[in-house]
Each structure stands twice: as structure tokens, then as C-alpha cells.
Design a protein around this ligand. Structure first.
Ligand code: COA
Length: 700
């Protein structure tokens, strides 16, 4: 095995190179290796290398360092800790210069913050993304960064976890200089020798005097995160720890940061968020489709349909720098859609998210057409037309005739049979479902639906494309509703049954929101539009078993023309143009009359019952999906729900959550519910089997 830290002396400078592929994660052996190398080169004692005047710390491979080894967080800590490593660097009598390329994230950024100087290649990015894993930076990040760049910028980075590019980092004072792309290490060596010639003491972040933020700054920050950080531990600890910079001496601040970090590290929340981190990467691995499967590079794309979905998808391509042409036969719809795209990009400029130049670049990627012939050269066409099989088949037959032979034809259907759509073409191997979620330019999920004949290279290409588009791509099987909507259907249906029995929409939504979901099911319905699911229910009516329990409340609301926010009324009512849901007596009347018709004696329903019935229904359907092979693994279902349906990441997704509750508990609860409410709650075979074996979905 090669050394985790390479040691080489170049012109009087010890160049230490982190070498732990793929991302130089700071495993225990790498941490030990850094300490040994620093001791050898620079610690001011007799054994230190007398030929060494300075040290450069760099990384081998694609990046400087992707941070602490996240896998180790589930295990007992092994010394030396990262703070010990950094303390050693900081104490070096010889100047230590970090040379950053690619990413320097988390511990991989805290390490350079402990160096005396930092240089980077232009493409480098620095970040403290710990909060996204339910953690706070635990190796000095919250103490050193504010001392370098002030509390405002530091807390901004720590709370968002967002990367900062080299140029900005240099302006902020994080970096001392940005070098040429290719000559980073040479430049760092020259820089280190110059500093050594000038002599010490060398600057440290610990020695920088922090600038006090304005009065009330921290309270203001706490206020800002109130909603999005509800129920979370880490973001609040991040603020507390940064505030300590102005309250405590450096070493005490560091010790407190470590305590807060260890508390987060041991929390269920962080375990759940780490689960999602690895689950998203695991979802990329498709059995039978090796990583070296030939992938077609998508240079141009087309989208059919210029409605909300079509324009959203087009924006995703434009943002990724892929030229995209939108086709709509209706010139009015096309013009309106193109306008909407332009307005969204302009809005992003106004919000300071992108520059005017970036807006222009994005807009230049988009073009519209009414002529199918204009799509003949596209590498992929995504159909986002009306959700109707006949319409889709007609479009696919036409596309098959026009598009070049290698082009992938994808459908954004959310429920229809991909094989039936593919059968309208002579290239079923190049037909696939790419199910985006609304609003497509914001929601991260991309459910890729494999048809019976979809080829491995089509799957590999679309999975790679999802990554390029910044989406969480998950491959699923071809069944009604696929994975996400199939589960969602059971979840919302259960929520409606609760209304029939005694609950009201606001109560159900609050219980689900308090659990951590972005929104409750009824509030979501109003945003998405109740007419969409109404159409789907009408389509399914013919095949629905007559004895199956069915809630007609939503249909009644639609019959009253209440389609949600867009009509100012749905499950709630909305004041002119407002998006704030207001409980509506009309809805309560509808609910009460349905309860009466069904003979229900309305009763008080507690939040626990609401959660159990909604969440366990999800889990149960997830188990069936897993058993049928429609999802490859339980963790794929968790990715789908956390990236597409607002399931709280700090609960890890429905399947992880069920494992943590214990499948025996879930199974027993479902059995009790089945006794009261009938077969609707009958536990899935897989759930029963695992519960009996004392196993979890993670063992499937
Ligand atoms: N610890 C352990 N493994 C890590 C890791 C880390 N900090 N960062 C990445 N990996 C692993 C991934 O799990 C993946 O493994 P796999 O190939 O077996 O699935 C592999 O490294 C490559 O990661 P991937 O994310 O697919 O590569 P990328 O080039 O797209 O992105 C990073 C690289 C470093 C930007 C990204 O992985 C990342 O953001 N990592 C986490 C950074 C972080 O939060 N650090 C703070 C930890 S407290």
C-alpha cells in the first residue's frame, strides 16, 4: 500500500502530498501520516529535518481534500484527532503553506485554516459543508474562519455549507494568492521559501484579532434560520460556536466547539444525514451496469411541451450549460413559457444568485420552435406534454421518425407505462423515463424509469446526465406511479381517510410539518394543483376494485372548482395573491358531510395517530416496492423521498426512519391498524419477514 502522505524535499521545502484516493478523506492513517511528516520536517526539535526551510501541504488526484472520513463518524474515534493534527501544523516553527486544488471541504478546509499561508489553483473551491451532515465544523473551523474573514461571511459559509470559489476566497482573505492552474505546487514552494527567508513568526488564524459583528447579529441569524432549522441541532450549534469567538479565549472556544461537534456526531440526526450522503452515491451504482459502461455525452437537448414542467426542465439544461430547444405547437404557450424562463433567470439576478453575465449565458442556451424537424440533431429529447397515453404515443412515434438514430427519447410521465410509450417507437432500447419534480429547476430528484427494453448504455447515459444536471438520479422500475408517486398516493389517501374519521387538513398538515416535512400533504396538494391528481384518479377509476376504500373529499373540492392556490382555493383558501393557507369553513362542511354519508362518528385524532398512519403507510408501500424490485435498495427510496417529497433529511427517509423505529414496532402497529381499519393496513410480506427476523431494510 502506498504511503497516505508522500514526503519529498524540493529545493529546501518539504512537500507533503495527501494520497488517499478518491478524495483524500482524512482517515486515521492519513491523520497519523500528516503528524509524522510535519514532525519530520518542521517541528522545532533536534530530529526535525535540517535541510527543510518550509513545508508545502498538497493533495494528490482530483482534489486537495474532501474532509474528514465520514465513514469513521459511525465508529469509535481513533487518535490522533484532526484538531491535534492541526495544532501540530500551527505550532510548526517553519512556515507551512497549503496548496489547494479541486475541493478543500470540511476538515479538508480546516486543515489549511491551521496553516500559515494558503495558495490555490483558480479552480479550487473551499467549503464547510458539515451542517449538511448534521454536524458543525469540529476542527477549528468555527473559531479560525471568523478570525480570518469576520463573523458575517464565516457564518454564511458555515450555515449554508456552500462552496466559495478561489477568486472570492482570495477577496475575502481566506487565500493569500491564486496561482496558475498547472503550476500550483511550484508556486507554493517559491512562496514558502520567500516567507522562510523573511523569517517568523508566521501568521496564524488563532493569532488574528476578530472583528466584532454588529450588535444583535447573532440573534438576527437565529431568527433567520428559525423555520428551516426547526427540529435540527447542528445549525444552532454552529451559531453558538461562532459567537464563542467573541466570548471565549481561543483554546476555550476550540474546546467548546469540539464538545458541540461530538454531541452532533453522536446524534441520530447526523446518522440520518450521513445515511443520505452515502445513499445518494450508492444510487449511482446499478447492478449489471458497470461504471465503465459507454456513456453518450449529451451536447444538445430538446424538451417537448412549454408548460410549467417543460420550462422547468429546459432551465435545468440551460443552467448546466447544455443548449436546449423547447417545442410547443401552440405559439402562445411557447412565447409565454420562454418569457417565464427569462423572468426566472432575471429573478435569480435580482436575488443576487447569479450575475447579469451568467443570466445571459443561460438565456443563450434556450431556444424555442414549433417544428419537430428542428429536433433532429438533439442528443436527448424529453417529452413533458399532457399526461395522456394517446398524446404521448403520438409524440414518440413522431420523434422516432425525426430524431437521429442515437438520440435518447425520454418521457417525463409521472404515472404512465414507459413500455407502452416505447412501443410507439422502433428504438425501445433508447427510450427511458426521466421523471423530474416540480418546480424542476429547484427540486433535486430525477427518477429515471427503466423500461423492459431500455439498454444499459441509455441508463448509464441518463444517470450520468442527472449528475451533470446537479440532480439526485435514482433508477426505478416501471410501475404505476413508479416509486415516489406510488408511495405518495398511499400517503395522501391515508391523510384523506383521517379527515373522514375526524381530523381537519390543518391538523394533519401541522403534525406532518412538525415531524420535519417541508409541508403537509394538503398544503402540497394546493401548491401542485388538485386537478392533476383528480385526472389521475379519474383514469384509475375503471380499474379500482369496487370494495376498495376510497375518499371522495378531494373530488368534491375539485367539483367546486377548487384546484388549489392557482384558483385561490383548494384544501385551504388564499387571500388575493397570497400563498398563506387559511382554514376554510367550506372545506370543513364538505369533510363533515362526507363523514356523515360514510356513517363515521367523527372523533378526536391525535398527532401520534396521524404520524403513524401516514408514515407507516409510506413504509409499507416502500416495502412492497422493494420486494417487487421496483427500487434497487431501501436507501434509493430514502433518496427519492428526501430529495423529491420534502421528507426531512435529518430523519433519513422513510425506510431509514422505519429501521430506527424498529421494524417490529412498525409491523405491530400496522397489525393493530389492520384489525381496526381492515386490509388496507395489512403489513407487506417483506416487512413481516424482516420484523420476524429482527432485521431492518438496511439488511435487504
Ligand atoms: N469521507 C468518506 N468518503 C467520502 C468523502 C468523505 N469525506 N467524500 C467523498 N467520499 C467518497 C464518496 O462516498 C464516493 O465513494 P464511492 O465512489 O464509493 O461512492 C467517493 O468518495 C467519491 O465521491 P463523490 O461525491 O462521488 O465524488 P465527487 O467528485 O462528485 O465529489 C466531494 C467529491 C469531496 C466534493 C464530495 O464527495 C463531497 O462533498 N464530500 C463530502 C465533503 C464533506 O462534507 N466533508 C466534510 C465531512 S465532515
Amino acid at each position: 500500500m502506498s504511503d497516505p502522505v508522500e514526503y519529498e524535499i524540493r529545493g529546501g521545502v518539504a512537500v507533503l502530498t495527501l494520497n488517499n484516493p478518491p478524495v483524500n478523506a482524512l482517515s486515521s492513517s492519513l491523520r497519523r501520516g500528516i503528524i509524522d511528516a510535519i514532525d519530520r520536517a518542521a517541528i522545532d526539535r533536534a530530529a526535525a529535518d535540517p535541510d527543510v526551510r518550509a513545508v508545502v501541504l498538497s493533495g494528490r488526484g482530483r482534489c486537495f481534500c474532501g474532509g474528514a472520513d465520514i465513514r469513521e463518524f459511525g465508529e469509535t474515534p481513533v487518535p490522533p484527532s484532526l484538531p491535534e493534527v492541526i495544532a501540530r501544523i500551527e505550532a510548526s516553527a517553519k512556515p507551512v503553506v497549503a496548496a489547494l486544488h479541486g475541493v478543500a471541504f470540511g476538515g479538508g478546509f480546516e486543515l489549511p485554516l491551521g496553516c500559515h499561508y494558503r495558495l490555490s489553483a483558480p479552480s479550487a473551491r473551499v467549503a464547510l459543508p458539515e451542517v449538511t451532515l448534521g454536524l458543525i465544523p469540529g476542527a477549528g473551523g468555527t473559531q479560525r474562519l471568523p478570525r480570518l474573514i469576520g463573523a458575517e461571511h464565516a457564518l454564511g459559509m458555515i450555515l449554508s455549507g456552500e462552496p466559495v470559489d478561489a477568486e472570492t476566497a482570495c477577496k475575502l482573505g481566506i487565500l493569500d494568492a491564486v496561482t496558475d492552474e498547472g503550476g500550483l505546487v511550484d508556486a507554493a514552494i517559491a512562496f514558502a521559501l520567500d516567507r522562510a527567508s523573511e523569517g517568523g513568526p508566521y501568521p496564524t488564524a488563532r493569532g488574528s484579532v476578530p472583528t466584532e459583528p454588529e450588535n444583535g447579529f447573532f440573534e438576527g441569524e437565529r431568527k433567520k434560520i428559525e423555520r428551516r432549522a426547526r427540529g435540527l441541532i447542528a445549525p444552532w450549534h454552529c451559531i453558538d460556536s461562532v459567537e464563542n469567538v467573541f466570548r471565549l479565549p481561543f483554546d476555550e472556544g476550540l474546546a467548546t466547539e469540539r464538545e458541540l461537534f461530538m454531541e452532533c456526531r453522536g446524534s441520530e440526526q447526523s446518522a440520518a444525514q450521513r445515511h443520505i450522503f452515502f445513499a445518494e452515491r450508492e444510487a449511482q451504482k446499478i447492478p449489471g451496469i458497470p461504471r465503465d459502461t459507454p456513456v453518450q455525452f449529451i451536447e444538445t437537448a430538446a424538451v417537448i411541451g412549454c408548460g410549467t414542467m417543460g420550462t422547468g426542465i429546459a432551465m435545468v439544461f440551460a443552467e448546466a450549460g447544455i443548449p436546449v430547444r423547447i417545442l410547443d405547437k401552440d405559439s402562445g404557450v411557447l412565447d409565454k413559457g420562454l418569457q417565464r424562463i427569462q423572468q426566472t433567470f432575471a429573478g435569480a439576478v435580482q436575488k443576487g444568485k447569479i450575475t447579469e453575465a451568467e443570466k445571459d449565458t443561460r438565456w443563450a442556451m434556450v431556444s424555442g420552435t414549433a417544428d419537430m424537424d428542428d429536433l433532429k440533431d438533439a442528443d436527448i429529447v424529453i417529452e413533458a406534454a399532457f399526461e395522456d397515453m394517446a398524446v404521448k404515443r403520438e409524440i414518440f412515434a413522431a420523434l422516432d421518425a425525426v430524431c437521429k438514430s442515437g438520440a435518447i427519447l425520454a418521457t417525463n410521465t409521472s404515472t404512465l407505462d414507459v413500455d407502452e410509450i416505447a412501443a410507439a417507437t422502433n428504438r425501445a432500447d433508447r427510450v427511458i423515463g426521466t421523471h423530474f419534480f416540480s418546480p424542476a429547476n429547484i427540486m433535486r430528484l430525477m427518477e429515471n424509469v427503466r423500461g423492459a427494453k431500455t439498454s444499459p448504455s441509455t441508463i448509464a447515459t441518463v444517470m450520468a446526465l442527472a449528475r451533470r444536471l446537479g440532480k439526485a438520479g435514482v433508477l426505478v422500475g416501471n410501475c404505476d406511479g413508479f416509486v415516489g408517486n406510488r408511495m405518495y398516493h398511499h400517503y395522501t389517501r391515508q391523510a384523506s381517510f383521517l379527515l373522514e374519521e375526524g381530523a381537519l387538513p390543518g391538523q394533519v398538515d401541522t403534525a406532518i410539518y412538525d415531524f420535519g416535512f417541508a409541508m403537509g400533504p394538503f398544503a402540497v396538494g394546493d401548491v401542485a394543483g388538485l386537478d392533476v391528481s383528480w385526472r389521475i384518479r379519474q383514469r384509475r377509476a375503471e380499474t379500482r376494485p369496487p370494495d376498495e376504500r376510497y375518499s371522495a373529499i378531494a373530488d368534491r373540492l375539485c367539483e367546486l372548482g377548487r384546484f388549489g392556490q392557482k384558483t385561490g382555493a383548494g384544501w385551504y383558501r388564499y387571500d388575493n395573491g397570497s400563498r398563506t393557507p387559511i382554514a376554510d369553513p367550506v372545506v370543513e362542511d364538505v369533510i363533515r358531510s362526507v363523514s356523515e354519508e360514510l356513517g363515521f362518528q367523527r372523533r378526536d385524532i391525535g398527532d401520534d395517530e396521524i404520524l403513524q398512519r401516514c408514515l407507516y403507510t409510506l413504509v409499507n408501500e416502500g416495502a412492497k416496492i422493494l420486494d417487487e424490485g421496483m427500487a434497487l435498495r431501501a436507501s434509493d427510496i430514502d433518496v427519492i423521498w428526501t430529495s423529491g417529497y420534502g421528507f426531512p433529511k435529518h430523519r433519513g427517509g422513510p425506510m431509514f426512519y422505519a429501521d430506527r423505529v424498529g421494524l417490529k414496532t412498525v409491523y405491530d402497529a400496522l397489525c393493530c391498524l389492520a384489525d381496526i381499519h381492515g386490509d388496507l393496513f395489512a403489513p407487506a410480506g417483506l416487512l413481516e419477514k424482516l420484523a420476524r427476523q429482527g432485521k431492518g431494510f438496511e439488511n435487504v
